[in-house]
Every structure is written in C-alpha cells, then in structure tokens.
Design a protein around this ligand. Structure first.
Ligand code: XUL
Ligand code: CO
Length: 437
C-alpha cells in the first residue's frame, strides 16, 4: 500500500465502540454480515474527489485553508497526478471501495478544449493503472458544467447554442472516460441548469433543450457500449434561484414528460433534499416507490442555514431512516453512498480527511444495523399494514382493485355515514424506533 502522502496515517481498522482512537472504526466492519450482505456490500462507500482532493477549504469569505501535501507542487499536471495518487492512498487506508469525480476535478482545464482533453487523457491513464493495481472502482463520473464563466447562463439550458455544443462535447468526453475507467454510473447534476429571473428566460425552450441534451447522452452512451446507470441528481436552488431538477418528484415529471424515464434513475443528496423542504427519507422513499432509486450523496446540511454546506454525515437518527428505505428497496447497487461532503473550514489538517470519513462511515454502519433490526422486527411495517387494513376487505378492496365508482361509493356512504377513525400513534411509533437505537 502507498504511504507517500499521509505517512502518519495507518490503515484504518475496526477497534469497536470502546475504542478512543480517532483513527479507528468504532462500528464499520466491512466483512461483517448484516442480513444477507456484508456491510461493505450494503454501504458501497465512495470518496468525492471534488471535496476531498480538489477542495481547498475556500469559502465566500476566505481563501483556501486546507493543508494538503500536494499543494506544494506548482506544475498543475504534476499536482493533478499527485492528487490522484493521494486519492488511492486515502481509499486504501480508509477501506473505501469507490470514488467519484467531475472531469475538471482530476485534470486542469487548459486554453483550448483539445488541450484540456489531452490533460484529462493523461490523468485518466494514471487513474486506470491505479484502479488496476488497487481493485478500487469508479462509482460514477460526471462533467463540471458550472465552474467556468462560459456556463454563466447554464450549459444545456444556456441561451447560447455554442455553449450547448461545448457542454455536449464535454459530456461526450466525460462519458467516454467514465466508460474507460469501468465506472458503474454516470451522474447529471444540473449545475447551472435553472434560472434567476423569468424576465430573461424562455423556460419552455430551456427544458426542451435539457431533454434533447439528455437524449443525446443516452444515445451516445449506448453507441459506445456504456452500460452503467445514468443518474439525475436533484437540487432545488443554488447556484440558480430555481434549479429545474428541484426534487425527486420534479425529476420524475421531467423524465416522464420527455420520454427519458426508462434511461435514468436518481442520485439523492441529503443536503439537496432538505433545501427542497423535504426530509432525506422522503426523497429516498419517493424514488423507491417509483422505481428510480439509483444512488445517494450521503452528506448532511445545516438545518439552520439555507445553503448547501455538504457536511460529513454524523446524524445516526437521520441515517437510520435513509437506510431503512434502502433496505426496503433491496439495496443500492450499482449505486452507492458517496460522501459528497467537505470538512468544515477549521478542520484543515490532513488527518481530518480520515477523521471525517471515519465519522461518516461509522454513522452509516451503526445506522445500517439499527435499520436492519427495525425492519426485521416488523413493528413499523405491521403498524402501517394494519392502518390500511380497510383497503384489503369489503368496500376498500373494491376501491383498491378499481372495480367501483362514485355511484356505488355514494350508496355505500349513505349506509355507512358514522365514520370511526383510529389514532395515527406517531409518538408511540417514535418511541418504538428509539428502542432500536
Ligand atoms: C452540488 C453537488 C454536485 C454533484 C455532482 O451541490 O452535489 O457535487 O454531486 O456534480
Ligand atoms: Co451531490
């Protein structure tokens, strides 16, 4: 195993809940079976390249604060190579099987698109070697269609057709690269696909163009034999005031309206869910019951702030409900749990990378066991089944199987107008959940 960038960090091992070692797992045991799968198979953890390797710790009020061993390398391509090697050292030491990147995270943008593609190709070759040597895998690739000023009005939804063409070229290349590296999925997050004011926006054209763009991506992926899952990642706002893919339901409507539903699943991010005014569980549940649960960006947003803070997840209670849905869906593969999370700016030391990921991995490991026990015991499922019992017999059964209409229902209601309801027992159910924590 490489020990070049973080010589003071050992391979992180399980030491159990009693351990006081910040560089050890308290709950995550990759080989431990929970039900029919190991923790590693259930959780499919992934490191997000943009936060963990490329991120500098800059925020709108201050420059980068992160101390990172590769930052002393001034040549941008040499630094990019070092960062990729450091990524694999992190994956190996943390026992994380997957990583995800945007094209521009891994290789610097140059003066021309041709040159930029050449830079990318060089880093991709190195990445392919590192994948072959380590057995680590690319969970998903994506294209950064939001950082450069050319994307100021959006990419596929830009008012400028030249920008649409440039974005298409960039996504074409990013899908090729993802395919070449054996990526299991390819993600489309809207970036700047949305609007700031309707005073300058033709929303109908922008949505049609976004759909045209995604159809082209579907066709091209098929043409080159990429069989990975295509994913859309909803987010309601930031950077634009109104992002088009605002939540799971809006994505479903868009995909259905434009005949794309057969080709896409959804990548759900906790922070995006709460910005949309939903819970993480709501979004995962909505995707699950519509058969589009694809993958998860397992981070955490600050409930007191209205922006995308992308924190490492440490809230076990919330992770339990997320994984309860994942277990009910039968798992996430080929998706996974990608830590789309950055360390807080004051956590600037290199070892914070490991401490932060260990915290999140242990959160999800602990939550997995709780969710498995809660689902297995069936107390919540039984309560819900009982609550809807009236639809399995008598008049309810006729409603459910579609064999009855308003006229018969009126006749029934005239005879049964003394309605008896039962308690929803929310407090009892929350107390039941607490017994499993
Ligand atoms: C932005 C975000 C992205 C996507 C990939 O909020 O979550 O990093 O996950 O483009
Ligand atoms: Co994300």
């Amino acid at each position: 195993m490489q020990n070049q960038f973080f010589p003071d960090i050992p391979r992180i091992n399980y030491e159990g809940p009693e351990s006081r070692n910040p560089l050890a797992f308290k709950f995550y045991q990759p080989d431990r079976k929970i039900g029919d799968k190991t923790m590693e198979q259930h959780l499919r953890f992934s490191v997000a390249y943009w936060h963990t390797l490329t991120g500098t710790g800059a925020d709108p009020f201050g420059v980068g604060a992160n101390l990172r061993p590769w930052l002393s390398i001034s040549d941008p391509m040499e630094q990019a190579r070092a960062r990729m090697r450091a990524c694999f050292e992190i994956l190996e030491k943390l026992q994380v099987p997957f990583f995800c990147f945007h094209d521009r995270d891994i290789a610097p943008e140059a003066e021309t698109l041709r040159e930029t593609n050449r830079n990318l190709d060089q880093i991709v070759e190195l990445t392919r070697e590192l994948i072959a040597d380590s057995g680590k895998q690319l969970l998903w690739g994506t294209a950064c269609l939001f950082n450069h000023p050319r994307y100021v009005h959006g990419a596929a939804t830009s008012c400028n057709a030249d920008v649409f063409a440039y974005a298409a070229a960039q996504v074409k290349k990013a899908i090729e690269v993802t395919h070449y590296l054996g990526g299991r999925n390819y993600v489309f997050w809207g970036g700047r696909e949305g609007y700031d004011t309707l005073l300058n926006t033709d929303m109908g054209l922008e949505l049609d163009n976004l759909a045209r763009f995604l159809h082209m991506a579907v066709d091209y992926a098929a043409e080159i034999g990429f069989t990975g899952q295509l994913l859309i990642e909803p987010k309601p706002k930031e950077p634009t005031v109104h992002q088009y893919d605002s939540d799971v339901e809006s994505c479903l409507n868009f995909l259905r309206a434009y005949n794309l539903l057969d080709h896409f699943k959804i990548n759900i991010e906790q922070n995006h869910a709460i910005l949309a005014g939903h819970t993480y569980q709501h979004e995962i549940h909505m995707a699950r019951i519509n058969g589009v649960l694809g993958s998860m960006d397992a981070n955490e947003g600050a409930y007191l702030l209205g922006w995308d803070t992308d924190q490492m997840a440490t809230n076990i209670y919330e992770a339990v409900f997320a994984l309860y849905e994942v277990l009910k869906a039968g798992g996430l593969a080929p998706g996974g749990l990608n830590f789309d999370a950055k360390l807080r700016r004051p956590s600037f030391q290199p070892d914070d990378i490991f401490i932060g990921h260990i915290a999140a991995m242990d959160t999800y490991a602990r939550a997995l066991e709780i969710a498995h026990n809660l689902l297995g015991a069936g107390e919540i499922e039984d309560f819900i089944a009982e609550r809807y019992r009236s639809y399995r017999e008598g008049i309810g059964r006729k409603i459910a199987d579609g064999s009855i209409g308003f006229k018969e229902l009126e006749l029934y209601a005239l005879e049964h107008d003394r309605i008896v309801n039962s308690s929803g027992r929310r407090e009892m159910l929350e107390a039941i959940v607490n017994r499993y924590l």
